[in-house]
Design a protein around this ligand. Structure first.
Ligand SMILES: *[C@@H]1O[C@H](CO)[C@@H](O)[C@H](O)[C@H]1NC(C)=O
Ligand SMILES: *[C@@H]1O[C@H](CO)[C@@H](O)[C@H](O)[C@H]1NC(C)=O
Ligand SMILES: *[C@@H]1O[C@H](CO)[C@@H](O)[C@H](O)[C@H]1NC(C)=O
Ligand SMILES: *[C@@H]1O[C@H](CO)[C@@H](O)[C@H](O)[C@H]1NC(C)=O
Ligand SMILES: *[C@@H]1O[C@H](CO)[C@@H](O)[C@H](O)[C@H]1NC(C)=O
Ligand SMILES: *[C@@H]1O[C@H](CO)[C@@H](O)[C@H](O)[C@H]1NC(C)=O
Ligand SMILES: *[C@@H]1O[C@H](CO)[C@@H](O)[C@H](O)[C@H]1NC(C)=O
Length: 420
């Protein structure tokens, strides 16, 4: 795993999330969040064409309360973190599953464990604990793909460890010798999990004259999907799309083969563009591709995962040393994180509408508001990178175990609600 690509998974040039200091700023976000949550309520729970067949091996005797029923209309993404002193993580660093050293905070000496004891409490219901057996019944016979970057892989590995904690172990059936397109197969449930490594989602080339690095220049073809995933999507039933931190690099942006501008570049003769344009178009192209390929499955957008560098940017000594979540009074989605979020949500809403006609279901796994509070959940210096540089903290990925498990609790509830 000595690939330079791992090093480059550090983000570029982001500012710290801004501490909340103005009710005026708060208001627009709450309004937006309300609008967004509508799409989750209004999705068609009783659709008979659901790819998840309600009659397939449904574990009706599960001990989990069935809270995500359509009628109850609980928005599981609006809530708060609650300290549960007896709370236990689903797995440890000793569990038989792949925990990347870069997120293995326990192994590399993180001593505090309170960050493992906060559970997400939706305002109007409970979020059930993850039930591995129930999950595997819901996805029986399916292929679930994680399309995106290393934060998406973080969720994928978390899911595999959550299943391992209930003694479900997959076979590695990867067709490449690295983690970029890893496939894990669960024979007992004919279920496949796979990574589709594509941090920019669209066709991307490295074009830096000085070679590849964390801050090297890349060219993005905003109207062309990355063929490495688009060529493999037809056998996928459920895809979780996410992207974010790779859009903070220096970029040349192309449309129809023509250079239309650049982000963070110094060329005087190229139009400077906002990084949000590239981000928007990458999602547009991705969603369009999913509608135009022979894909008739379920698409989840896992929304932007905020980083928490404090006291400096990632490359200026910034770190994330907190041991407790922020309260909602201290922190909210703001600044660039809010802009990234709104950009992708705008494209999501258009795709969701069009997808209804095209037979592709779009659902939003709206994790951003929960995760902006979890400045305590990152590896900081308790991760081990192949290119060791102790001066760089990781405040982007999530410790495993850690709050990233909540995403898979959301995933199970969302998959269950597809079955009516
Ligand atoms: C759902 O299950 C029913 C009964 O087993 C079966 O007839 C139907 O074909 C299944 N539909 C899908 C989409 O798998
Ligand atoms: C629930 O189902 C499992 C497996 O199908 C079975 O072993 C168990 O006894 C059931 N529990 C109850 C309370 O019915
Ligand atoms: C797990 O973490 C503990 C405590 O940090 C450490 O002593 C142990 O060696 C780790 N085990 C593995 C397999 O990483
Ligand atoms: C496993 O799932 C695949 C894809 O859904 C299906 O084609 C195949 O028939 C399944 N195999 C078994 C043994 O159920
Ligand atoms: C992963 O393996 C594939 C196939 O050998 C190779 O083309 C690709 O460059 C590798 N990626 C990384 C990041 O090492
Ligand atoms: C920008 O101008 C320089 C100098 O005139 C030229 O070498 C370079 O190719 C130009 N770049 C683009 C993208 O047109
Ligand atoms: C480690 O990171 C710091 C901060 O970005 C940088 O100044 C330094 O050159 C890096 N050292 C190595 C060995 O990469």
């Amino acid at each position: 795993m000595n690939n330079t690509i791992h090093y480059s998974e550090l983000p570029n040039g982001k500012k710290n999330p801004i501490l909340k200091n103005s009710k005026k700023v708060l208001f627009p976000f709450l309004t937006l969040a309300l609008l967004i949550s509508m799409s989750f309520y209004l999705s068609d729970y009783n659709n008979n064409e659901s790819i998840l067949n309600a009659s397939e091996g449904s574990p009706r005797n599960s001990t989990s309360p069935r809270i995500q029923d359509a009628k109850e209309r609980c928005n599981i993404f609006k809530g708060d973190w609650i300290l549960d002193p007896l709370g236990q993580s689903y797995y440890t660093n000793e569990t038989e599953c792949v925990i990347d050293d870069r997120q293995n905070c326990m192994k590399f000496g993180r001593k505090d464990d309170e960050f493992l004891k906060w559970r997400w409490k939706p305002d109007e219901c409970e979020l059930p604990k993850f039930d591995a057996m129930q999950f595997l019944e819901v996805v029986r016979g399916k292929t679930l793909a994680f399309l995106g970057d290393s934060v998406g892989r973080n969720q994928m590995q978390s899911l595999v460890c959550m299943l391992a904690s209930a003694s479900y172990h997959p076979k590695d059936v990867s067709y490449v010798p690295n983690t970029t397109f890893r496939r894990w197969f669960y024979p007992s449930h004919n279920f496949t999990i796979e990574a589709l490594w594509s941090p920019n989602l669209v066709k991307a080339n490295e074009i830096d004259a000085n070679g590849y690095s964390a801050t090297s220049l890349m060219a993005l073809h905003l109207d062309k999907p990355d063929e490495k995933w688009s060529g493999r999507i037809e056998h996928v039933d459920i895809v979780i799309v996410s992207a974010g931190h790779w859009f903070f690099r220096p970029l040349y942006l192309y449309e129809k083969g023509l250079l239309i501008g650049c982000v963070m570049c110094h060329d005087k003769n190229i139009t400077k563009m906002s990084r949000y344009h590239g981000y928007k178009m990458a999602f547009r192209t991705t969603f369009e591709t999913l509608m135009n390929k022979n894909f008739k499955g379920l698409v989840f957008l896992r929304t932007f995962s905020p980083s928490h560098f404090e006291n400096g940017d990632w490359d200026k000594g910034g770190s994330c040393v907190r041991t407790k979540p922020f309260s909602k009074d201290e922190m909210k989605l703001d600044g660039y994180a809010l802009e990234m979020y709104m950009t992708q949500v705008g494209e999501f809403k258009k795709a969701e509408k069009k997808g209804r006609k095209m037979g592709v279901k779009f659902r939003m796994m709206d994790t951003s508001e929960a995760m902006i509070l979890r400045g305590d959940g990152h590896p900081n210096h308790y991760g081990h990178w192949p290119t060791e540089n102790k001066t760089i903290a990781d405040c982007v990925h999530w410790c495993m175990p850690g709050p990233v498990e909540t995403w898979n609790e959301f995933l199970l509830q969302m998959l269950k609600s597809e079955r009516g």
